[in-house]
Ligand binder design. Sequence first.
Ligand SMILES: *Cc1c(COP(=O)(O)O)cnc(C)c1O
Length: 339
Amino acid sequence: MQAIAQRSLYRARRAIEGVVRRTPLVASPALGRVAGGDVRLKLENLQLTGAFKARGAASALSALDERARATGVIAVSTGNHGRAVATVAGRLGVPATVCVSGRVPRHKIEALRATGCELVVVGDSQDEAEAHARELMERRGLTLVHPFDDPAVIAGQGTLGLEVLEEAPEVRCAVVPLSGGGLIAGVAVALKAADPAVRVIGVSMERGPAMARSLRAGRPVATPEEATLADSLQGGIGERNRYTFDLVRELVDEVVLVSEAAIARAMRFAFEHDRQVLEGAGAVGIAALLEGAIRPPEGATVVVCSGGNVGADAFLRVLADAEAVDPVPIGSAPGTGPA
Ligand SMILES: *Cc1c(COP(=O)(O)O)cnc(C)c1O
């Protein structure tokens, strides 16, 4: 019944070996003291491209046949997904095109250009960039790499769960950032195949939690975007969602929401106590534990720190005064995708 079988995760792992990194799983005694339990952090901020998205991108690109690889792939995203697709494509020798709108900040354009992808800056909004991407896709026969709603992408993200199982087979609970749901679906498939009683908890921001609202409505619903520190969690799940909505509904035990202040405090906490630089989206799991919204069960609780791509200015503002932080609308123009 399930769209993603555990063996597809092992297949993905073989495919992406040597392209992406195996990231550290480290204990966080400070967070464990506050939350009351054995808490470990899975540090995807140290992943190639600074976020777990490199796993899904590598898995999706490896799954393409030779002709599709030779013709190339296309992505619409200025954030972690675009960067992952562009970087991994470069490593695998697959031509990549990334479409962004003219509103995207200069430093993001420069970072994308540095990957060697073909960068198309077009239109005045994400929607216009996307329309152009579809046209290019059809005209040139390119393959679109979706940020989450694709079995190969979900299997790629699930390789993170396989690593957790190997290093901490005693894991009883996983706390996972949640937007489109590709990450949590992959991790849940991995962990629940080993033991269905492992709790998998999703964490989103209070400001525009598309999956949480869709779960409540019983179907994918459009959710207006709001500025948030967790900019990588912005965006909808797609009104024609094919995979992740059902997987999340089936496999995720609970979804909790965190405030902007809690996200800021978590970023600061991770820096002070664990010496990790996390972006807002990467810190929502820590935020949920610090707030007491999740109580760790007996045994190990693994918190997925999904990414570290935060601008220096935004990070400094959080460190200077986590209580006073306003959401930093970097990359958060209305209509910007989750990735
Ligand atoms: C994309 C992203 C997420 C959310 O992943 P989904 O698969 O869309 O749920 C979480 N954290 C970071 C850093 C991301 O880039």
